[in-house]
Each structure stands twice: as C-alpha cells, then as structure tokens.
Ligand binder design. Structure first.
Ligand code: SAH
Ligand code: SF4
Length: 388
C-alpha cells in the first residue's frame, strides 16, 4: 500500500451522531463550499474562520458578529468538535499529557512541554505506528489508524483550550511551538498532516509560523522532498544508527530506505543552509550505538549536510529491550560530535513520571470488532511485506 493509500485507510465518518458535519479541519475553500451548500454567502467562511481559529469558539451561539438566524442555521448543520479528554496528567516538571478519545473510540496522546517563556506541543499523527522501531513504545501498539486532519488539528486547539490562550497573546505564548513527534509516522499520513499544519500556520487563525514547527520522520524518503516544498517546516530525522546493519534491526524502515537513500534525501531537502539545518535525532542506547567509534562515524555520515544533532537519552518503558547509555558515554559522544563542529545538545527527558517522554507514548485503545481488527491486520501485514 502506498503512503497516500495508507493515508486514506480508516477515514472517520465526517458527521456526528446528530448528522452534523464537523467544521474543524476544513480548508478555506471547503468551508466556503459548505456555506454555499446551505444557502449562505461565501464570506461567512471568513467570519467562521476567525471565530473557530482565532477565538477558539466551539459553539455558534457565541459568534456575536453573526445574526441569530445565521448562527442557528449553522448549528443545525454543523459542529465545531473537540475530542474527549480521557486523562489530563501533570508531571512534577510541569509537562502535561492529554489522552484524547476520538469519536470512534480510538485514543491518542499529546504532550505539552512548558519552558520559561515558551511552550512546545508534541502532536500525534496516527493512533499507534506501523513501523515497530525496537526502542519505541508506540511501535509496540498493535492498533493503528491514521488521524484525519481534524483530529491532528484538534490536538492543537484542545491544548489552547487547556492553556486558556484564545485568542493567543502576541508574546510569551505557552503554546508557541509544535513538534510532530508524538505517536505515529507523520510522513505515512502526509495529506492529513499537511492539511492540518496549513491551518495551524494560517496567519488569521492559530498563526504558528513554519519556523516554529518541526516534523520528525523515521526516514520516509519519497515523502521528504514534498514535505519541504509544500510545508517548508523544520525537519528532524530519527537516525539512531550509523550503519545499515544496526539500523535495519532497530528501525525496520531502513530495509526499505537505507542510509544512502536517506542521506541523499536529506541533502536534497529544500531550503537548507547553515541557518536552517536538519536536526538528526540520535537515541542513546547502552552498548548498542553509543561508542566513540559510533560518534566518529556519525560525523562522517553527516558530511555535507547542514545538521544539528539531538542526543536523546533512551527513555525506558515496561518490557523495553534496551537501557539508557551512561551519563559518561553520552558526554564523551556529545563532546566528539561537538568538537567536529556540530551543535549536539542532550535532550533532557521531560515528563518521565507520567510516561510522556520521547518514545513512551502508547494508548490502550478500545476493543475493535472482528472486521475492524482484520482490516487493520491486513494493513500491518502489507506494511511489513513492503519493508521486508
Ligand atoms: N515517528 C516519528 C516521530 C515520533 S518519535 C519518528 O520516528 O521520527 C519522536 C522521537 O523519539 C524519534 O526520534 C524517536 O525515534 C524517538 N524515540 C522513540 N522511542 C524512544 C525512546 N524510548 N527513548 C527516546 N527516544 C525515543
Ligand atoms: Fe513509529 Fe517513530 Fe516510534 Fe519508529 S520511533 S515506531 S517511526 S513513532
């Protein structure tokens, strides 16, 4: 199954139980078409956009710039839906994790990481992930489906609700940055991710600039260029190994897109310069990929690519097959990379006490019917066959 077919698998029904269509996630053009379809003027779409994405309205009744009959007509046909918050957990370090339930009962997690004068939301693109990287908890979740654009966008909107930032203040926002680093592989769900991010970037609404958005990929080579051309967001690549031999084992996608192809796609990423680099993520696994020889090989591999390196101490989860590298090993590795001229900050684990750190996300979604189960198993089997 191709990435775009995969994106369309398991699309959600577009209407709620009352037959009302959800407006969240529609493009401006689609919103205009909806207005015309119920006999309203095109410009209503612009008014709605402002209320939904600038003011955060979830109820037509508060849209006081619209006449009452117009509001009522909209409410008869449409909803401005949010997912249900099943859990709202707060770490001792201030990190928050929300477990969200979608209308079909499937669940995903988003994480908010506050810093002094800004805050980053880590957004999920899929329920689970088909890629089964061996160090990642999400990859052990058997249940997988793509989120649609509204579900990706809804995570951002819900965080704004929770942080009370409608409309968002011009400076010092607690939701200032977005990383597509939650559950799932965003480039296996590119269409929906792109649609959601375009709405997030829209200056008349949520208005988070592409400079403050980072998309992380495990290396879906054919989708990387398009992502750069269309969205031009910052790119992070989960590298984690410097030989195909090891990467084949810890990241099965490497069997399909080996390091040579991945590095070529990185060199080709549009708009790279010294001021705009690719971030290479490197999870530090004790005794697996953390020797000085690995560090030197990493430097060699990145030759010619404007790069930053982000060292991530492995975050454990129940039954994980690896351990975190020692502080000493991480420091020696980091120094070697630094001395070669690459910035290589070590990412401090955040929210470990609520299982919110990198790679710890995994939801226990609802039981499926036998038919749904079979459909999902089929996609996973196809995915595995593609990677074999
Ligand atoms: N699927 C995408 C984005 C989500 S993962 C990707 O793989 O890039 C975000 C980052 O956390 C990735 O670099 C991922 O490899 C890393 N990660 C996964 N499991 C981890 C763990 N247990 N400890 C530390 N980092 C982990
Ligand atoms: Fe999926 Fe990324 Fe986890 Fe790999 S690291 S299983 S690609 S979420």
């Amino acid at each position: 199954m191709s990435a775009s077919n995969h994106a369309n698998a398991f699309a959600l029904p577009a209407v709620d139980a009352d037959g009302r269509k959800n407006l969240v996630g529609l493009s401006r053009d689609e919103l205009e078409a909806e207005m015309l379809s119920i006999g309203l003027e095109k410009f209503r779409a612009r008014q709605l956009w402002h209320w939904i994405y600038h003011r955060g309205a979830t109820d037509f009744a508060v849209m006081t710039t619209l006449a009452k009959p117009v509001r009522e007509k909209m409410a008869d046909h449409y909803a401005i839906a949010r997912p249900t918050v099943v859990k709202d957990l707060k770490s001792t370090d201030g990190t928050r994790k929300w477990l969200l339930r979608m209308p079909d009962g499937q669940e995903v997690e988003s994480v908010h990481i506050p810093e002094e004068d800004r805050g980053t939301l880590c957004v999920s693109s899929q329920v689970g992930c088909t890629l089964t990287c061996r160090f990642c908890h999400t990859g052990t979740q058997r249940l997988v489906r793509n989120l649609d654009a509204s579900e990706i966008l809804a995570q951002v909107m819900l965080a704004r609700d929770m942080l009370d930032e409608w409309p968002a203040p011009p400076d010092g926002r607690m939701l200032s940055n977005i990383v597509m680093m939650g559950m799932g592989e965003p480039l296996f769900n590119y269409e929906n991710v792109a649609k959601a991010l375009k709405i997030v970037m829209d200056g008349d609404g949520i208005s988070i600039s592409k400079r403050r958005i980072t998309l992380s990929t495990s290396g879906v080579v054919p989708a990387m260029r398009r992502c750069g051309e269309e969205l031009n967001v910052n790119l992070a690549v989960s590298l984690h190994a410097v030989t195909d031999e090891l990467r084949d084992i810890i990241m099965p996608i490497n069997r399909k897109y080996p390091l040579r192809d991945l590095m070529a796609a990185c060199r080709d990423y549009p708009g790279l310069s010294n001021a705009r680099r690719i971030t290479f993520e490197y999870v530090m696994l004790k005794g697996i990929n953390d020797t000085p020889a690995d560090a030197r090989a990493l430097v060699k591999l990145l030759e010619g690519v404007p790069a930053k390196i982000n060292l991530i101490p492995f975050n454990p989860w129940p039954g994980a097959p690896y351990e975190r590298s020692t502080d000493r090993a991480i420091q020696v590795f980091g120094d070697l990379v630094n001395n070669a001229g690459y910035a290589s900050p070590v990412r401090t684990p955040r929210g470990e006490d609520i299982m919110a750190a990198c790679g710890q996300l995994r939801s226990e979604s609802l039981r499926l019917t036998a038919a749904e189960r079979a459909a999902i198993d089929k996609v996973i089997a196809e995915k595995d066959a593609e990677l074999a």
